[in-house]
Write a protein that binds this ligand. Structure first.
Ligand code: TXA
Ligand code: MG
Length: 321
């Protein structure tokens, strides 16, 4: 199969109507989309991604009113969050309606819903009239794609079409919020900050580190794993530990030790802006993973705003002995 890249949303819609897969841009990362109401198409996502069947998919919708179509028992806080932040990088995990196939939710009785903030994908959703199930468009466990080229590099030959919407503005995946007996809980840190969520739901809880928790199986520790081992810490100390190796380095806003040149350097934000750093994170990780180095040495960024999501991804990407 030849994989085309283009910006023809009607062509993308026609493929999706036939049950085929299309990679789609969102403001966070590119998704690998199928008709969420067609089980056979949804199963194809798991096959192409190499994703285990127990890891549920997010369903993308074109409008907050769809919540009542695809979910039931919707808490007031969910409506308030959707009203304030949709379209945007926020996924709400709600009790699923019966029209959502079990393949989408991996047999759970909940479904993740999100309205993405990208004009061409919203246009696509209007054209199809059905919602799109879409995980990030990377092979399972690898770094998420933030450009059409990233998708092409890895899924070339496996899907017919990549809808190109340019580089993703936010750069890290959506923040996931679920609703439990004791109230709303953040399952995954992401493109909407904790501070933003607290501005609407002050008492929101946090359950982001449960690596084997079936409520957020995507938080598996193997996630975001580059091929080249990545070490996280103080880059100066890491450099002396790894002396003699070919070094790739990933830093926040700059690095100045002219006596020890590194083989490949990526600076996330020269001006020290965590939003810019989030936008560049996954591209920078991919560049270093393909730079022919032995190790990548990385530092965390300030733990504020999107910095929390960046640090979460770096920790999950880090090498474990
Ligand atoms: O920004 C994003 O969320 C991107 C774009 C494409 O929308 N999508 C994305 O999908 O990151 P994925 O599949 O890579 O990550 C979705 C996460 C997984 O960790 C999955 O376990 C969790 O969402 N998830 C989905 N449905 C869930 C549910 N019903 N309960 C708990 N977690 C759920
Ligand atoms: Mg993913």
């Amino acid at each position: 199969m030849e994989t085309q890249i283009g910006n023809d949303s009607e062509y993308a819609a026609s493929l999706l109507r036939q049950g085929q897969l299309v990679a789609i841009p969102t403001e966070t990362v590119y998704g690998l989309a199928a008709n969420a109401l067609m089980s056979s198409a949804v199963l194809d996502i798991f096959r192409v991604k190499g994703r285990p069947a127990f890891d549920p998919l997010i369903v993308h919708v074109d409008n907050p009113d769809r919540i009542s179509e695809y979910a039931t028992h919707i808490p007031d806080e969910a409506w308030a969050l959707a009203e304030r932040f949709w379209p945007g990088p926020l996924t709400l995990v709600l009790q699923k309606a019966t029209c959502i196939p079990d393949e989408v939710s991996s047999g759970l009785d909940t479904v993740g819903l999100r309205m993405p903030d990208h004009p061409i994908t919203l246009e696509l959703l209007k054209r199809t009239g059905f919602p799109l199930a879409a995980p990030s468009a990377n092979p399972f466990g690898y770094i998420s794609p933030t450009t059409a080229q990233h998708v092409h590099d890895q899924l070339q030959g496996k899907i017919p079409y990549i809808l190109d919407g340019g580089p993703c503005r936010v750069g890290v995946e959506s923040t996931i919020v679920g609703f439990e007996k004791d109230g709303p809980v953040i399952y995954r840190l992401g493109g909407l900050t904790v501070e933003d969520i607290r501005s609407v739901v002050p008492a929101v809880g946090m359950r982001v580190n449960a690596s084997s928790d079936p409520r957020a199986p995507g938080m598996l520790k193997s996630h975001y794993a580059p091929r080249i081992p990545l070490f996280l810490g103080d880059v100066e100390s890491l450099l002396s530990e790894h002396a003699g190796k070919r070094i790739g380095m990933l830093v926040f806003n700059g690095w100045h030790v002219p006596t020890t040149p590194v083989d490949a350097l990526q600076v996330l934000s020269p001006s020290g802006d965590v939003n810019e750093a989030a936008g560049r994170l996954f591209s920078a990780m991919r560049v270093l993973d393909n730079a022919g180095v032995d190790v990548v040495l990385a530092e965390t960024v300030p733990d504020e705003g999107l910095g929390k999501a960046i640090n979460d991804r770096l920790r999950r990407a880090a090498h474990r002995k």
